[in-house]
Write a protein that binds this ligand. Structure first.
Ligand code: UGA
Length: 451
């Protein structure tokens, strides 16, 4: 098939390369010339495991190219919209201006004679967006059928998640003829994946849009639930990692997404739950999602807790102390700094006067660019030199494997805050460290109840 992908960020560029890998002829369109040049040269503009190899192989096969020239996508049979929907400044709602301009571009370039083309929305949008896009297309007189086809990929596993998704959802138009055109078109696109028996769900527009935000809200809720339990553990001397393991054996609860720590960040979960709340408000059902306000608040509190923990270890003052932060990306195997808990904690500690050094295996360059005020170094050894407290805030594998004995010789004071609960406390304590986790090793016991 001839496919266009509009928006070539983390989602769009990977989707484009994966569609080419499925044998289609793909053009990625983006307004950013530097990004397009880099992608055409086989150099990914972001860190994503497995993507560099996939990109070069598909460019070499001649099935994939990127452009800033919208006229090149005119004759595609399906146009995937993969632009960002970030949080609007000062508001909870999503910024839909990139979606609107993608639709405007499409209306401008697609012909009127070639028969219907399909717009397949992948961006995370407020419910009601697909309906509105269909109206705009109809008003323009162009023969475009809108399908919402949400994306569930995780950064760090983007290629794997796209080529072996756990489900595929088509949000189809109500009109049966259009629904059939949309279904057939996406079936052809995903033929190879559907052959592998990936569940395929056919829904209306609203359900498909809601599936995506409901999934992210549920994941965010799981994380905030376990972080709330971590607060209880800290207040009582409990251990949240053991608690998570114990409740996780009940497969109605499950063990995944119950890792307590400095909480969720990134370009998706935080802004998606806020946009969902904002949309519920517009729909007059804000009460249904009031709990997400608490999910957000618990999550943000974890960041403050890490800062306060460090402050306490330093006798209540950051001024005059050297602090190392290991990790800046919002999670490992990514260089994405959007709404990163690690970066926010580092920034807070820096603004309270600490001599702060930060490092990250993939995000260091992006960090130097984004936060020139911070002292960024390339290695852990440089970061921890003569520091009074080390905070591990993004659980890169190489940080999980750090040797507490070796590190002990580099720091001034052996204080470690394990902001992702990935170190073995006993090993660190044995090597002379003062260890603090998030919801474990709080060094306190519960106030006894009165009987
Ligand atoms: C998330 C969803 O997992 C994807 O399914 C979805 O497609 C994507 O958003 C999106 O909407 O595009 P992603 O943002 O890449 O994917 O990252 P996650 O793996 O979900 O992690 C999100 C955050 O939660 C990270 O900061 C991570 O460190 C944190 N987290 C995750 C925890 O604090 N505890 C956990 O147990 C799990």
């Amino acid at each position: 098939m001839r496919i266009s992908v509009i928006g070539c960020g983390y989602l769009g560029a990977v989707h484009a390369a994966c569609m080419a890998r499925l044998g289609h002829d793909v053009i990625g369109l983006d307004v950013d010339q530097a990004k397009v040049t880099s992608l055409n040269a086989g150099v990914p503009p972001f860190y994503e495991p497995d993507f560099p190899e996939l990109l070069t192989s598909q460019l070499a096969a001649g099935r994939l190219r990127f452009t800033t020239d919208a006229s090149c996508i005119a004759d595609a049979q399906v146009h995937f919209i993969a632009v960002g929907t970030p949080q609007l400044a000062g508001r909870n709602a999503a910024d839909l201006s990139y979606v609107r301009s993608a639709v405007n571009t499409l209306i401008e370039v697609v012909g009127t004679s070639a028969g219907p083309a399909v717009i397949a929305g992948k961006s995370t949008v407020p419910v009601g967006t697909a309906e509105r896009i269909q109206q705009i297309c109809d008003e323009s007189g162009k023969d475009l059928v809108v399908v919402w086809n949400p994306e569930f990929l995780r950064e760090g596993f983007a290629v794997q998640d796209t080529l072996a998704p756990d489900r595929i959802v088509y949000g189809l138009p109500d009109d049966p003829e259009r629904a059939e055109i949309g279904r057939r078109c996406l079936d052809e696109c995903y033929q190879e994946l559907l052959g592998d028996r990936t569940p395929r769900l056919l829904t209306n527009h609203a359900t498909a849009e809601l599936v995506k935000v409901a999934a992210n809200s549920f994941l965010a809720t799981k994380i905030s639930f376990i972080n709330a339990m971590a607060e209880l553990c800290d207040a009582t001397g409990g251990d949240v990692t053991q608690l998570a393991e114990a409740i996780g054996y009940d497969d109605r609860i499950g063990r995944k997404f119950l890792r307590a720590g400095v909480g969720f960040g990134g370009g998706c979960l935080p802004k998606d739950i806020r946009a969902f709340m904002a949309r519920a408000g517009e729909l007059g059902v804000d009460q249904a999602l009031t709990f997400l306000r608490e999910v957000d608040a618990i999550n943000l509190r974890q960041r403050d807790k890490a800062v306060e923990m460090a402050s306490k270890l330093l006798g209540g003052r950051f001024v005059g102390h050297k602090v190392a932060v290991l990790g800046a990306a919002f999670k490992p195997n990514s260089d994405d700094l959007r709404d990163s808990p690690a970066l926010q904690v580092a920034q807070q500690i820096w603004s309270r006067g600490a001599d702060l050094v930060i490092t990250d295996p993939a995000a260091a360059d992006a960090l130097r660019h984004k936060r020139p005020n911070l002292q960024v170094v390339d290695t852990v050894a440089e970061a921890v030199q003569d520091v009074d407290v080390v905070l591990l805030l993004t659980e890169w594998q190489e940080y999980r494997e750090l040797d507490p004995v070796e590190l002990r010789n580099l720091v001034r004071t052996p204080n470690i805050i394990d902001g992702r609960n990935v170190l073995e406390p006993a090993r660190w304590i044995e090597a002379g460290w003062n260890y603090r986790g998030m919801g474990r090793h709080a060094n306190r016991t519960a106030t006894p109840v009165s009987l």
